[in-house]
Design a protein around this ligand. Sequence first.
Ligand code: SAM
Length: 494
Amino acid sequence: MGITEEKAKGRFYTPEHIVRNILDLSGYRGPEILRKHVIDNSCGDGAFLKEIVKRYCSEAVKAGYTNAEIASDLSQYVHGIEIDEEEKNKAVVHVTEIACGFGVDQVRWDVKQGNTLTETRFDGKMDFVLGNPPYVRVHNLAETYDIIKRFKFSQNGMTDVFIVFYEIGLNMLNERGILGYITPSSLFNSKAAYELRRHLVNKNLIRAVVDLKHYQPFEATTYTTIMILEKTTDRQNVSVNTVGYYEYDPLKLAEKFVCPLTCDDFYICGDFYFASKKALNRLNRILNCRIRYPGIDVKNGFATLLDSFFIGEWSFGEYVIPVVKASTGKSSKCLFPYDRSGKLIPYSKLKKNQLISDHYRDYETKLKVRSLANGDEWYGFGRTQGILDVYKKKYSICPIIKTPKDLKIMLCDKGTGVYGGLYILTDYGKETIEEILLTEDFMEYISLLGKYKSGGYFTFSSKDLKRYIWYKLSERKNFKDEQLRFFECSESIV
Ligand SMILES: C[S@@+](CC[C@H](N)C(=O)[O-])C[C@H]1O[C@@H](n2cnc3c(N)ncnc32)[C@H](O)[C@@H]1O
């Protein structure tokens, strides 16, 4: 199967250790599983169903069931749905092999080819919904777009089908049922999952979260989390209101308990964040800081959408400015077809310079295929960001870091552009900026935001950085003297 097909169908199969972790955390173990309905509603070739059948048979044997009884139970209580006929057939072969290992045959498997998005026969009946739903952006699913858009959790932004599988899975549970999924951790902070988060908190459904952070158990580039949800109406019981927060130990291939949390700890400004209570408390203060400081701004550098054309060691004699690549801190030059007020210079004027004219001619096709905003000229930058700040003092900042030194803070004098990262506009000196950012505290803040990149790196946005600097300035001792320059806002920036 090629990577494209895997991607289109969201088909990344779950390794055995993750399946076992999910079943254990969901309570699908021990004699309690007997005569309980369980479903994997996107079962692929049966990674979850195999372990489910193994556990069922083993418990049934211990309980003294006959082989005929076990066969009848497996037919009645174990369910699977898979959209792909071939994969479904493999799942049936795999579970048959496991059952046969216990001497159990003649099982009439309820593992069927079908589309879970339109399946209602399991609604309200399942004790356990376990699995790894497909991760596919809805725009890659043209044929089912209308069906997906009917779900409550799919109303915000660019939905991914796994979000809808949460709604379907919860619908399948009976009133005390448990759902255990591994899904992208984008559910913590994506706009698309906003409604899902709100629902999980309002209905108090989360029993445990295993944040896998940078650990990627699949070949997919996605970062994932294990979510255990419990559909219970028992709100009197305090223990039901706490969420067990776990991290993952990739060496032991097991979750490790960190602490119990309440929704108030981890549900901050509409997003989910997971860490110790103390760290979350601090994060809460930063994210809800209402102090804004107009003398500091953080922005995105140039987006030319064709750096190979604009950036280089040009000797055109004019229309060239120095630039710093924020991600590396390296200086070079940039063809800058704008005047001091940020207006695009007429092409007829630029063309008078023969070297520039030749350069445009060589790249004309490539420049014209960039996805430009309506009304933007083909010979300018792809986006207008950063252009107006060229003649202001600023500091370039690399927005992908593992340690604070990766920030590569560079002073960029007036007249120097920034690309490939962020920049801070401020009159403060470099020492002040470094004092605020080159700290473990800043690193902790960035890691708590949970925007993972490969190799153990984290990324952050201009808004994330601005929010932190404002908060740190408001904490400074001399804040009182400076407070006339601050103003308090009624809303936090979310
Ligand atoms: C991430 S894989 C997981 C498979 C299996 N549960 C596992 O953990 O190994 C998701 C599976 O969902 C299937 N799938 C995608 N859309 C589906 C749908 N609408 N209904 C049922 N299955 C679907 C894919 O074919 C794929 O096998």
